[in-house]
Design a protein around this ligand. Structure first.
Ligand code: ADP
Ligand code: MG
Length: 597
């Protein structure tokens, strides 16, 4: 059994029984843990898995809390309407903030979260209708089917039921089409675009999801405490939520729960102990927490759950037998491949300038259906740049590119991918912590449509089964099906390259574009790769290979395009190219001598 499952069973039992043995104080504390866990759950998703750090999550808790507080006091409406209002407002706020800030890169994104986190908290303290610094009081307690949830013991089960549902929702999302995209976010926007996904949209959806969880927590907070004021929603509180997620383990949903419990238990202890030591307890609390935070980041980044899963895996190594084929389902729709010899790619007079440097100068060539075409040239010839132009990874400075008879110049990369151009990367871009199957299934992203909501509610199962089957078939094709559930990071480089090709194939492409697939491969691995590519050609897939290794391409391709200094030098059959004096001159000194032998 996996560590996660055991912890789940123990936790559910403990949570169900806790009110029977705990006093009022203990139950209240657990209510706070549940509310904190909801926020931390959003942060595990957003920061831990999606890679976007937020120092402003408490502001969303505040929006949820103030929304329902205002509606149920000033307007006298039902707290259940308050729930809708709270979620609508937090969702809308997150959408707006996300649209404005989520394109920021590097450290600017976390910095911006501090900025809006501060501003929103300031807003609460300065709006008359929200009671300024005194806040809003006399918020009605919740009432469910005529039962008042005024007592901590009564609201306890609602809070924890919601925590359970939220965790289940997130768990399902992570194991879905959207979840694979979310988990691939750390791999960068180009990786996502290469499978037809929009990284910005994925991140925005994730940001809104995390905010909604915080808004839900805020709604519970307002009605459990029956009083709101600005300070529990300031940046200090945000850091506490982040601390929960980090302490529990950013990579695990259960970490949110464990972290919330650990941080609140610690906070209580510190609040009890510090006054005995110093009269300035309140100020020292922040210092103690800051020190703990730094220690955690230095020595235990994986958090409690990271430690537990590692220990568990060592203590009970899973006898990872061969993975079993998923149940057979109706296959995903497939593209009709163009007939052999039809035009697939037409590159026309493309130019790429980097300032004064002309990296690609007026290059034209064609690729026809069912061919393997090699694009070769010495180092610095402009191959990778040309590759980027063809796959729409970089904009052209001139010329145009046609794909399947349509001008694709200026289209976004993900749109070109969706039209059937799949690529691999010179520096392999796999997600090492995802299974082989998930990595390949990511490639089929554009063949499905289920979003976060459908996944969270389990309405995506039929589509998901078809995607997984398609991924499985690609793994079988490359002979790795038995290892489908192993992590991609555990594979040697050569196998990783082949796995990337399987990911590209999962998109059901018309054209496969490979950037230096043989780089870093051993002889045997190169042979296996060439074998695979020949088989693909036999199945009607068209292949464009950008390669430095002449020896590798010579025996494989139907036609060669040679570039040098950014310009096309020669185009022709391998034998012709090999005999061409200009090619030999271009390669002399820059290519291994045996390549020309
Ligand atoms: P190859 O892949 O054939 O080795 P590249 O396409 O990587 O060659 O590079 C072609 C030329 O363009 C080189 O002179 C390289 O320095 C230059 N170049 C490539 N990318 C950039 C860039 N982003 N900015 C400036 N110059 C670049
Ligand atoms: Mg290159």
């Amino acid at each position: 059994m996996k560590a996660g499952r055991v912890i789940l069973i123990v936790a559910v039992a403990a949570i169900a029984l806790a009110p029977a043995v705990l006093g009022k104080f203990g139950v209240s504390l657990l209510n706070d843990v549940g509310i904190g866990a909801l926020v931390a759950l959003g942060l595990v998703m957003l920061t831990g898995i999606g890679g976007a750090t937020s120092f402003g999550q408490a502001a969303f808790v505040g929006i949820g809390a103030y929304a329902t507080a205002w509606l149920s006091t000033a307007q006298g409406l039902s707290p259940w309407l308050g729930l809708l209002f709270a979620l609508a407002l937090t969702g809308l706020a997150a959408l707006l903030i996300g649209l404005l800030t989520l394109r920021l890169g590097g450290h600017f994104l976390p910095l911006s979260t501090i900025a809006w986190g501060l501003s929103i908290a300031l807003l609460f303290g300065n709006v008359e209708a929200l009671g300024r610094h005194t806040g809003l009081s006399n918020i009605p307690a919740l009432n469910l089917f005529g039962i008042s949830l005024l007592e901590p013991r009564a609201v306890y089960y609602l809070i924890w039921a919601l925590v359970g549902l939220a965790a289940l929702f997130c768990h399902r999302v992570l194991n879905s089409r959207s979840g694979r995209a979310i988990r691939a976010l750390r791999g960068g926007g180009i990786l996502l675009a290469s499978v037809g996904a929009d990284a910005f949209r994925v991140r925005l959806t994730l940001f809104v999801l995390a905010a909604l969880l915080a808004g839900l927590a805020g709604w519970l907070y307002a009605h459990a405490n029956r009083f709101v004021s600005p300070s529990p929603f300031d940046v200090r509180a945000s850091i506490e939520y982040l601390l929960m997620a980090v302490a529990g383990g950013l990579g695990h949903l259960a970490g949110a729960l464990v972290g919330a419990a650990a941080v609140l238990a610690m906070k209580n202890t510190v609040q009890d102990v510090l006054p005995l030591v110093t009269a300035r307890g309140g100020q020292f609390e922040a210092v103690v927490f800051a020190v703990l935070f730094i220690l955690l980041l230095q020595y235990a980044r994986a958090g409690v759950m990271g430690g537990i899963t590692k220990w568990w895996a060592r203590r009970f190594p899973s006898g990872a037998g061969a993975a079993l084929a998923p149940p057979a389902v109706a296959p995903l729709a497939q593209r009709t491949l163009p007939a052999r010899g039809e035009p697939v790619l037409a590159v026309r007079n493309v130019v790429k300038r980097f300032g004064g440097l002309v990296a690609v100068n007026d290059v034209s060539f064609d690729v026809r259906a069912g061919e393997i075409v090699g694009l070769i040239g010495p180092n610095g010839a402009g191959k990778s740049t040309l590759f980027n132009l063809v796959t729409a990874t970089a904009p052209l400075s001139g010329g145009r590119v046609e794909f399947l008879g349509h001008d694709i110049t200026g289209l976004p990369q993900r749109e070109v991918a969706r039209r059937g151009m799949a690529r691999t990367f010179q520096h392999v871009k796999l997600r090492p912590q995802m299974s082989l199957l998930d990595n390949v299934a990511l490639g089929a992203h554009a063949r499905g449509s289920a979003g976060v909501l459908r996944a969270g509610l389990r309405l995506d199962r039929a589509e998901e089964a078809r995607i997984r089957q398609a991924a499985w078939q690609q793994l079988e094709r490359i002979g790795l099906a038995e290892r489908a559930h192993e992590l991609a990071g555990s594979l040697p480089l050569g196998t990783q390259r082949i796995l990337e090709i399987a990911r590209a194939l999962a998109a059901d492409p018309v054209l496969l574009v490979l950037d230096e697939p043989a780089a870093g491969l051993r002889r045997k691995e190169k042979q296996a790769l060439a074998e695979l590519l020949r088989r693909l050609r036999g199945e009607g897939v068209t292949v464009l290979i950008v390669e430095h290794d002449m020896d590798f391409v010579m025996k494989l391709v139907d036609r060669l395009v040679v570039v040098n200094f950014g310009s096309k030098l020669v185009e022709g059959l391998p034998a012709e190219v090999r005999a061409d004096a200009r090619v030999q001159a271009a390669y002399l000194g820059s290519a291994p001598a045996e390549a020309m032998a």
